[in-house]
Design a protein around this ligand. Sequence first.
Ligand SMILES: *Cc1c(COP(=O)(O)O)cnc(C)c1O
Length: 383
Amino acid sequence: MKVPLFDITRQYETFKEEMLEAIDQVIRSGNVIQGPEVTKLEKSIAKYVGAKEGIGVANGSDALFIALDALGIKEGDSVITTPYSFFATVSCITRLGAIPIFADIDPETFNINLDRVEEILNKHPKKEKIKAIIPVHLFGQTVDLERLASLRTQYGIKILEDCAQSIGSCWIKTDGTVIKSASIGDAATFSFYPTKNLGGYGDGGMIVTSNPEIAEKTRIIAKHGSTKKYFHEIVGINSRLDELQAAILNVKFKRLDNYIEKRKTIAYKYAELINKHNLEEVIEYPKPKTDNTHVYHQYVIRIKKGNRDNLREHLTEKGIGTSIYYPKPLHLQPCFEYLGYKEGTLPIAEKACHETLALPIFPELEDKEIEYIVEEVKQALGF
Ligand SMILES: *Cc1c(COP(=O)(O)O)cnc(C)c1O
């Protein structure tokens, strides 16, 4: 059996007519840049996550860069982030001339550990230079939003949530209120890269914020720093969400909650089978969370006994697609050697890079495929 890590084609038949009609409509209108579809998606996403404004941009990486610039981060500032994420989470910091400070992660969620963040805020020799935190809600699981909000107040720093993997994920506050990721940051960013939970047929991204000044600044930066065409207040970049991608995403957005539900069902099925085969002795896996907070962008297991690379090889031979998120932590990337992090400085993130493996997950993945995957994991680990 062949099971891809991700398959964008399976869902096409379920909305083909509506999709083609939406695309056709944009082309017929002639309004292909910054038209009504972009505006509609900006409004929908902002409302969905509980923010006031959305600003469509070309991709999730631009979204981070533009948002961080709009938050006023500049040369000489420092920004705390995670060493265990996609490259764009940190390159937005260094491209603005600021310095990333990495806080190690939590071994279970793989998210940034807020205890480590607080230690840095208290004890770092240049702590007064720290201006922001970029938390990533990795694999679809939310970092403690309540605590992030209180760190912001307590230390007077900005929060930029990287929600590329977490659209729709929630946090339940101590008083029981449910809030979504992207709702507490000074700004938050999304990616509509095809594999993301809300993915287009190409690139796309968005910034959301409830602060009108940040929203305004974001729009200016994304438009070459101009408020009036051909007159430039500052030097920005050109970053636009395509009208066609927005039309595509508007069709898919209607189905987002349904896709998230399907991802949850798949994650629970994996958990059920992992239990049934007593695999929890050899692997750690995402524990089912029935509180609806996790959106399972990726299904990442950790191999406790046995070799991750051998397991991956076995699954490849059996036609099962897997991936490693991430094989090398950000603090040890060659381009950041100048920051001076050595191997061993962030041991939990480094260990995760050697032990984790992402298994297939996407809304249309079938039960029999999940059964086959778990069976092969079991075979490979010598049961
Ligand atoms: C995908 C991703 C991005 C970047 O998104 P692009 O649209 O590919 O530029 C940023 N951060 C994280 C955590 C991501 O997973």
